[in-house]
Design a protein around this ligand. Structure first.
Ligand SMILES: NC(=O)c1ccc[n+]([C@@H]2O[C@H](COP(=O)([O-])OP(=O)(O)OC[C@H]3O[C@@H](n4cnc5c(N)ncnc54)[C@H](OP(=O)(O)O)[C@@H]3O)[C@@H](O)[C@H]2O)c1
Length: 293
């Protein structure tokens, strides 16, 4: 226990001494900046953020979180060259160009950490060189500290870099280490996952309104139901199937609803949707991999 506490204290202290450069100042970048600064894992002035062209956005992040920013060509290079970890947070279509630009700005030994969907370690290293790389797949709930992220790394990463990457991602929620080939599955499951739950909630709210509830009542009852169900699974540690069976009495209302869902093959539809998203992540990754530099 004491050994673990010492290790944790070491990770926390060494993380505070790092400099983090963030390449691409969009919503994922902001989620990570918010997580790191709200949890006081690192001083805001040790985080630097750069963009392609949107300087107003950089000023906004500077004002809101106290991070460093400079979008002049020289200033950008200086901020990135000072970074121990460079987080690449641009859209997949911009990733190859961004990596080619980064190749000339990374200082030796710096860690490249990507949140870009589909961008493989091999593609990053083909463009940016044989640098240590961490590839991740987060989701939008990271913006409220409840993200679910899959992480893998290249052989060049040190144990300290792996721990620093996990520490950074855990600032915005749950993070788990997987083999790279599992990241497409994670994209289908938790990366796109919030949208499936929103889709389910849309249907629940619509049914409530159809049944005569006000829009506000239908919305609040749905939100609380989804929140409560997720928390029940988390807090009790019971399997969702077990919890479902416990609330389903034979011949009752829930049984009637589940029978209807089964007629529509609800579970099969959802599983097919997740596997389709997984396959799409694979296709998108292959597209990025075909870009030549
Ligand atoms: N949002 C999510 O929940 C989520 C979840 C999982 C994974 N991701 C991944 O996170 C990445 C970023 O997503 P996002 O939603 O944060 O995107 P976003 O809000 O569109 O932001 C992208 C940012 O990248 C900047 N950029 C583009 N090309 C650049 C370049 N060459 N050099 C420097 N900056 C550049 C853009 O700057 P300008 O405005 O100046 O062009 C913009 O600020 C994506 O690859 C996505 O796959 C996002």
């Amino acid at each position: 226990m004491i050994l673990m506490d010492n290790r944790h204290a070491h990770i926390t202290d060494s993380f505070r001494s790092l400099r983090i450069g963030i390449y691409g100042a969009g919503s994922m970048a902001e989620a990570i900046i918010r997580g790191l600064t709200e949890k006081r894992l690192i001083a805001p002035d040790r985080i630097a953020v750069v963009n392609r062209s949107n300087t107003e956005r950089l000023e906004e992040l500077q004002r809101r979180y106290g991070v460093a920013a400079d979008n002049s060509p020289q200033g950008k290079v200086q901020l990135l060259q000072a970074a121990d970890i460079v987080l690449i947070a641009v859209k997949p279509k911009d990733a190859a160009g961004a990596l080619a630009e980064l190749k000339t700005c990374l200082r030796p030994g710096a860690l490249l950490l990507s949140v870009v969907a589909g961008l493989s370690i091999a593609t990053m290293q083909r463009i940016a060189g044989p640098v240590p790389v961490v590839r991740t797949m987060p989701n939008t709930s990271s913006s409220i500290g409840l993200g679910a992220t899959g992480v893998c790394w290249s052989d060049e990463t040190t144990v300290d870099q792996q721990e620093a990457a996990l520490h950074l991602l855990q600032a915005v929620g749950y993070a788990t280490v997987v083999a790279e080939h599992d990241l497409n599955m994670i994209t289908g499951l938790s990366g796109s996952g919030p949208a499936y739950v929103y889709y389910l909630m849309e249907a629940m709210i619509a049914a409530g309104i159809d049944g005569g509830l006000s829009a506000e009542q239908a919305r609040e009852l749905t939100v609380q139901t989804v929140r409560g169900a997720a928390e029940m699974v988390r807090l009790t540690g019971e399997e969702p199937g077990e919890l479902r069976r416990k609330v389903t009495s034979p011949g009752g209302t829930t049984a009637a609803a589940i029978e209807t869902l089964e007629q529509y093959q609800f579970q099969q539809a959802l599983r097919s949707a997740i596997h389709r998203a997984e396959a799409r992540a694979q296709e998108m990754g292959e597209q990025i991999g075909r870009v030549t530099f």
